[in-house]
Ligand binder design. Structure first.
Ligand SMILES: C[S@@+](CC[C@H](N)C(=O)[O-])C[C@H]1O[C@@H](n2cnc3c(N)ncnc32)[C@H](O)[C@@H]1O
Length: 424
């Protein structure tokens, strides 16, 4: 409802209001950035305005501890975390210091967000920081909880690499059938992979409409590769949408059944298959309630997870994923893996993957699975299978920040492969 007392918004203000709503949805309500975007930007029609809203919110989330430290350095009394004045200052500062917005435009479009609140204070803090020549540090500072958790799990150097990788936008990785490389310039780190510069627009790129390739981080392309060639073999792709791995499996020749609980995400999977002229049987179902009609030769379970491994593209995970959620997800992953394991033929391979940087969702799930299932054995992954881009640990792949850093990095992932040795 329009606020009767509020002056009409000037140019650029609705996008900043939407950015404030989006940041509030992530930081106060704990919602994922991507799923909160539509509601937050509901009154913006132009794609460029929505793009600006996303850019402001995502960059604020990447730089939050440093933005807050600047704000705190210039206020006598600390502004509460959820104060509108703090949100408005974050939005103005991130634009002026990281997104190249002229400072006068950054503050002019942020002040109306305060609606009768402490405009003078916000104006004063912003002005002081600009006069002082305030800058954001490089690399950015990780939120304390994440820095401590990752340093504890993986060591200080990995946490430091994660901070370095937040500063630079990730490159654009494409996947395609290995025997049909697209005519594009880029670095190929594996067969069926091409890496293009960060910021490359997808829609205008040659071959998109023709379905010659799909966007997929190189780390996310590894699980399907580990199931090998598919001619004459059946595969279940569990938790499949939007279908990056389904397309890989179909391109490798598997007869794929792609299962996912989300209709909207499966609609994207169907579009992706149509665009790339690949085929799979698509099933809308909860993996915990569904079962296949007969056992299959290969299974890929890309389980729902905290997604902390994709913090570069989805920096909201740095702020909203808490240990309790990780524990709950881990229990769900273990239950899904136990169920899926009954659907594999003896001699078949099962790949379990999560885009998570938490041991609880990776190593711990794999260990507990092997301890509980005498019909399964590890099927160790070798570095040669993945072109040496990472070194397996105990036969599993653990991709940490720092992997391929000189080439632009890779998402954080855990991937394990098991072989069914009996039963079925
Ligand atoms: C990590 S994403 C999958 C990404 C996908 N494998 C790809 O490569 O494009 C996890 C998926 O799990 C699905 N999911 C979550 N819980 C599920 C359940 N109980 N049964 C089936 N799918 C589920 C979500 O809808 C989501 O699409």
């Amino acid at each position: 409802m329009p606020d009767a007392k509020r002056a009409p918004d000037g140019a650029g203000v609705p996008a900043r209001r939407a950015a404030l709503r989006l940041l509030d949805a992530v930081l106060r309500k704990g919602l994922p950035l991507e799923s909160a975007l539509d509601a937050a930007a509901r009154d913006l029609d132009k794609a460029e305005d929505r793009g600006l809203v996303h850019a402001i919110a995502a960059e604020t989330l990447r730089r939050l501890p440093d933005l807050d430290a600047l704000i705190d350095s210039a206020t006598k009394k600390r502004l509460p975390d959820d104060a509108k004045a703090r949100f408005a200052l974050r939005i103005a500062l991130v634009q002026a210091l990281a997104l190249g917005t002229p400072p006068h435009a950054a503050i002019a479009t942020a002040l109306p967000l305060i609606d009768g609140g402490p405009r003078k204070l916000v104006h004063g803090v912003f002005g002081t920081l600009m006069r002082q020549g305030a800058a954001l540090p490089d690399p950015p500072t990780l939120p304390d909880l994440v820095a401590v958790r990752w340093a504890h799990a993986w060591g200080e150097e990995v946490a430091a690499a994660a901070a370095r990788l937040i500063a630079a936008p990730p490159p654009l990785d494409l996947s395609f059938p290995a025997d049909r490389p697209p005519a594009l310039e880029g670095a190929s780190l594996l067969p069926g992979h091409l890496r293009l510069a960060a910021g490359t627009g997808v829609a205008g790129l040659a071959g998109y409409g023709e379905g010659e390739w799909w966007v997929q981080d190189i780390a996310a392309s590894l699980p399907a590769r580990l199931l090998g060639a598919g001619a004459g073999r059946s595969a279940l792709d569990l938790c499949a949408a939007p279908g990056g791995k389904t397309m890989q499996l179909a391109a490798a020749g598997f007869a794929v059944t792609a299962v996912d609980a989300s209709e909207s995400r499966l609609a994207r999977l169907a579009d992706n298959l149509a665009r790339t002229h690949l085929s799979a049987q698509v099933v809308t179902a909860d993996v915990m309630a569904w079962a296949p009609p007969e056992p299959v030769d290969a299974i890929l379970l890309d389980a729902p997870c905290s997604a902390t491994g994709i913090y570069r593209r989805h920096p909201d995970v740095l702020h909203r994923v808490r240990p309790r959620a990780i524990a709950e997800l881990s229990a769900g992953q273990a239950a899904m893996l136990a169920r899926a394991a009954d659907w594999l033929k003896p001699g078949g391979s099962l790949v379990y993957s999560v885009c998570s940087l938490e041991r609880e969702e990776g190593e711990r799930v794999a260990e507990a699975f092997l301890a509980a299932r005498s019909d399964y054995a590890p099927e160790p992954i070798s570095a040669d299978e993945i072109g040496g881009i990472a070194q397996p640990v105990d036969g599993h792949l653990r991709l940490l920040p720092g992997t391929l850093e000189a080439e632009g990095g890779a998402d954080g992932f855990f991937i394990a492969r098991f072989r069914r040795i009996s039963g079925g």
